[in-house]
Design a binder for this molecule. Structure first.
Ligand code: PAF
Length: 281
């Protein structure tokens, strides 16, 4: 397996692969890989001739005071894990390689970044779409796999690909969960055993909400209030947002008439966790 740190070598690798008529699947990550990431790679493996992942803790998607500096990193461990799933190449540039001195171009997807994480993390999605667009330009993947845990991120990337006519197929992998239902995230590492226990309320509330819709409740307000009450009653939890939104536009819904998505972000201690679930009618 090759670990590539420069854009020029990565482009050379891609030229070689394309020259041999090979297709490329890209799984973008920020590293500190967990089972959720590995599942994205396992899904990507049969989809193309070359499986490339990127490991890049992207500074432009972190706001002031967020965890950029302490974001967990462990390249040797990530390399071994990635290799075990059949990854052939890791693109691992540093920040200056991706954003050289004088860098000044950003991509901004508008309306669907207004709410949810877009509202509570201003500038976050501008950083995500910018880096993902750069990765797509550098690696030229035929297909790229993202996790549904970051529901808004997936929707925003799909919108960017559609609006900018990018020639990449974006595929989604369902959220991978730990035993007990906690959605896998590199940030789970920050949780103490007590916080980990409290964090189970996220998935529990989402499942309960899905059950309420199945049972006939149609008022988003009623379901939202129940979820808010359950989370507020859990030690160490502070709600960032709890919303029921249209699955494509991500606009808040009052009534659940067809499919909807419940998305939430909660601080458990100092760790901000997100999760979501489709509420089907
Ligand atoms: O989901 C992530 O890990 C990141 O937001 C991504 C897509 C790799 C862009 O930095």
């Amino acid at each position: 397996m090759e670990i590539i740190t420069t854009v020029s070598r990565m482009k050379e690798y891609v030229r070689g692969a394309k020259g041999r008529g090979e297709t490329i699947c890209l799984v973008p990550t920020m590293g500190y890989l967990h089972e959720g990431h590995l599942d994205l790679m396992r899904m990507g493996r049969p989809l193309a001739d070359r499986l490339v992942i990127s490991i890049f803790v992207n500074p432009t998607q972190f706001g002031a005071g967020e965890d950029l500096d302490k974001y967990p990193r462990d390249l040797p461990r990530d390399t071994a894990l990635a290799q075990s799933t059949g990854v052939e190449c890791i693109f691992h540039p540093d920040a200056l390689e991706m954003y050289p001195v004088g860098y000044q171009t950003y991509i901004n997807v508008e309306e669907i970044t207004d709410g949810l994480c877009g509202a509570s993390r201003p500038g976050h999605f501008r950083g995500v779409t910018t880096v993902v667009a750069k990765l797509f330009n550098i690696v030229e993947p035929d297909v790229s796999v993202f996790g549904e845990k970051d529901y808004q991120q997936l929707a925003v990337i799909r919108k960017m690909v559609e609006d900018l006519n990018m020639a990449v197929q974006v595929l989604a992998h369902p959220t991978v969960r730990e035993e007990g239902g906690l959605a896998m995230s590199s940030r789970n590492k920050y949780l103490s055993p007590e916080e980990r226990e409290s964090a189970l309320v996220l998935n529990r509330s989402l499942k309960r909400a899905a059950g309420r819709v199945k049972g006939g409740e149609r008022s988003a307000g009623v379901i939202r209030s129940e979820v808010v009450a359950a989370i507020e009653a859990t030690p160490g939890c502070r709600i960032d947002y709890v919303e029921i939104v249209h699955p494509d536009t991500l606009k808040p819904l009052e009534t659940i008439e067809s499919k909807a998505v419940m998305a939430l972000a909660v601080r458990v201690g100092k760790t901000r966790l997100i999760d979501n679930m489709t509420l089907g009618v």
